[in-house]
Every structure is written in C-alpha cells, then in structure tokens.
Design a protein. Structure first.
Length: 177
C-alpha cells in the first residue's frame, strides 16, 4: 500500500516546516501540509488562555487541558478523513507526551499507511532558530528537543542540525512508496 500520511515529529524550531515545504516541492504527487501550529492558530482566544485549553509558560513549557484535547481529536479525525478520501498528508506535529502522543495519533490514523519520521535538532541550534523566528516563547525549543522523542518509534530519523531541509526531505522522499 502507498504511503498516505507522513508524520514529522520534532520539537519547536527543529525544522519540520522547512522539510514539509521541501517534500511538497520534490514529491511527484500533490501532498497537503498540515501542522499543529495550524490547529493552535485556529483556536479561539479563550482556549489559548484557559487551563482546559493550551497555555504557554514563560520558560517555554506547554500545558494542554481537556478542552484542547477535545479539539485536537476533532482536528485529527478531519485529517484522517482527508487521507481516507485520497489526500496525501504531511503532518507536522510536536509529541509533547512522547510515546503517548504517538499512540493518540496512531489511533486516529488507524488503517492508513503512515511513515513516522523523527526530526531531530540539537537543542542549542533549535534555540538559536527560536530566537531568530521571534514568534515562539523562549525556552520552548530547548525544552522540547529531546522530550518529544521519548518512547516514540520511527521508521526514519533526520537531523536538521546536520543536514539542510532539502537533504532531509530527499531522505524521507526515498522512503515514500
């Protein structure tokens, strides 16, 4: 069966979005790129400030509550429906709960052919990117650099601290069937 979903998991500022854009440019068929950032950007302001939603601490910590999880489940159900309808999806995510997060995504995408990709980046490099971006809470990249990979099982891993996004995308594309 052909790959229907590519899941890119990595910490903030690890290079997932750059890889996703490169994949869209080099894969021979059209792929939709969706990110957890798209979900967060779509949330109403109340969910961004309520403890049942998602909150961002001064040191880069991210806390998610039941309200966010409910919306995340609906979001993932929609992504799975698009893939089942024939869209190929690149999902750019941050597994804040490591293996538990992967299991949540796996349940939502059950029955689909998934390529699981770990996007690694040295915490110091990611922190530098975070500063350059200017749109992230300081400390988020460093705190997530290893946390998001704990217990997660991948088909493939790439390291954007050692290779450019296009090189990483070519490595991933070679594994897409």
């Amino acid at each position: 069966m052909a790959t229907q979903v590519i899941v890119l998991n990595g910490g903030s500022s690890s290079g997932k979005t750059g890889i996703s854009r490169c994949l869209q440019a080099i894969l021979p068929t059209p792929w939709l790129s969706l990110s957890v950032d798209d979900l967060v950007d779509a949330l109403p302001p109340a969910v961004l400030s309520d403890s049942s939603g998602i909150t961002f601490g001064d040191e880069g910590e991210v806390e998610v509550g039941a309200g966010f999880r409910e919306l995340e489940t609906a979001w993932m159900t929609g992504i799975a429906a698009m893939a089942r309808a024939g869209a190929r999806i690149i999902l750019d995510d941050v597994f804040l709960s490591g293996a538990e997060s992967q299991q949540r995504v796996r349940r939502q995408l059950d029955g689909l052919e998934i390529l699981w990709v770990g996007v690694r980046c040295d915490a110091e490099i990611a922190a530098g990117r975070e500063i350059a971006r200017g749109d992230r809470t300081g400390g988020m990249a460093a705190s997530q650099a290893e946390l998001v990979h704990q217990g997660v099982v991948y088909d493939l891993e790439v390291d954007t601290g050692k290779a450019e996004s296009l090189t990483c995308a070519r490595t991933i594309a070679a594994e897409v069937s």
